[in-house]
Design a protein around this ligand. Structure first.
Ligand code: ADP
Ligand code: MG
Length: 419
């Protein structure tokens, strides 16, 4: 069911509580917190401009980092208010709290077409606890709720869910922002009745992270192409050796069930036919968690379905790329979640980048719809400089995965349906 959006409603002179995702990366530069990537702020501008042009009074709320319910100056949203003001070319008042008398005073002075940004909602433990009393305080004086923070919609927190309930109970409208609308359209509606063939690419680290997505997509897809480390759990299920590859032996049964379901549903389910393997060597260097950093030595193409005992599979091989490209080239709809290999290391990025190139090509030339979900998949597409050549890249990370699993996201459920 489609949700009401900011396009559909009248906000003139109304107090509009807008939940945005301004969880931006910050760096301490000689005592001053500086925003190192303002993408998340930029992405909300269309929604804000629309609401401002309709004469709304906007009260923006977001979380930033994990302050664990305490006031943590390094996680203040103050720098965001300044950047937002520059991007909107408009003054953005910052309020050093998200509830209470300072907020009430600032809100009462807002005029139509003006906005303010509240301080980090996670400075209160009640935010993540979805405390009803706290939600009442957030909702105080608010007429309308807008959620444009899809990436936080899988969590039932006060600012993503509780406050909307309070406003809805009073008869106020709760609607989606434009960013949220796009996420719901591409990850939801477009995949409900996809143009066919519908080809799904699944990769990344673990079968256990993705099994619910695999299960659901086996109901909808024509072709499933598997890459990444999860391929090795499937190989193990088929009786091959996986060497030192990242693998989940306890998920072998789950993999078998998926293979059987694919067969039963007539879904073409392809696994890599070759890979790039390398030998792990422990170094003296320690990572952030204090574990020895592994160095990958002697990267090589392996055409055997068995992985050498001393090596791990880290990328799909050239024959697999070719095989998968043939499927991608025929696709009318593509959903991609999870990189094909350890793309953070250039030696194991070729498979992911080659697949990205084919996905971009079929999007541009054949008018196929390509939808990318998952935080690392989006990173990989951007690294390949192909982010703007696909139809849609989700901003959702964990939320997009849960949405693709078919789960009801609390921050979405609370929004009004279109009638
Ligand atoms: P997404 O965030 O797009 O959902 P995941 O988080 O599931 O993707 O997986 C991404 C991670 O999986 C990346 O950090 C990548 O390096 C890792 N990965 C992919 N293939 C392999 C592999 N063969 N061996 C080890 N790690 C892998
Ligand atoms: Mg990830």
């Amino acid at each position: 069911m489609a949700k009401l959006t900011v396009r559909d409603i009248d906000v003139k002179d109304k107090n509009v509580f807008v939940r945005v995702d301004y969880n931006v990366p910050l760096e301490d530069k000689s005592g001053e917190m500086v925003i190192t990537d303002d993408t998340r702020i930029r992405e909300t501008i269309p929604t804000l401009n629309l609401l401002l042009s309709k004469g709304g009074k906007l009260i923006l709320a977001s979380h930033l980092g994990r302050p664990k319910g305490k006031k943590e100056p390094s996680m203040s949203l103050k720098p965001v208010s300044i950047r937002l003001g520059q991007l909107l070319n408009k003054p953005v008042q910052f309020v050093d709290d998200c509830i209470g008398p300072n907020v009430a005073a600032a809100v009462s002075k807002l005029k139509a077409g003006e906005l303010l940004l509240l301080e980090n909602v996670r400075f209160y433990p009640e935010e993540e606890a979805n405390d009803p009393g706290f939600s009442e305080k957030l909702a105080s004086g608010m007429d309308i709720y807008v959620n444009d923070a899809f990436g936080s919609a899988h969590r039932a927190h006060a600012s993503t869910e509780g406050v909307a309930r309070v406003i809805a109970k009073r008869g106020g409208l709760c609607v989606a922002g434009l960013l949220m609308e796009r996420e719901l359209k591409f990850l939801g509606d477009e995949l409900e009745n996809p143009a066919r063939p519908f080809v799904v690419l699944l990769g990344g680290a673990k079968v256990s992270d993705k099994i619910n997505v695999i299960d659901r997509l086996l109901e909808k897809a024509d072709v499933l192409l598997i890459g990444g480390a999860m391929a090795y759990t499937f190989r193990l299920a088929q009786g091959y050796k996986v060497g030192k590859s990242l693998v989940e032996p306890d998920k072998v049964d789950v993999a078998r069930v998926a293979l059987a379901k694919a067969k039963e549903k007539g879904v073409k389910f392809l696994l890599p036919v070759d890979d790039i393997v390398a030998t792990p060597v422990k170094t003296d260097k320690l990572d952030k968690k204090g574990k020895p950093i592994i160095e990958w030595q002697n990267p090589r193409v392996n055409s055997d379905m068995n992985c050498p005992d001393d090596a791990a599979g880290l990328d799909i091989g050239p024959r697999t790329v070719k095989l998968y490209a043939e499927e991608i080239e025929k696709a009318k709809t593509i959903l991609w979640n999870g990189p094909m290999g350890l793309f953070e290391d250039a030696r194991f990025a070729e498979g992911t980048f080659a697949i990205a190139k084919y996905v971009a090509e079929v999007t541009q030339k054949n008018n196929a719809k390509s939808i990318i979900g998952g935080g690392d998949s989006v990173k990989a597409l951007n690294k390949a400089k192909l982010g703007d050549k696909v139809t849609f890249m989700s901003t959702g990370g964990g939320a997009s995965l849960e949405f693709l699993e078919g789960k009801v996201l609390p921050g979405v459920a609370v929004l009004a349906d279109k009638v």
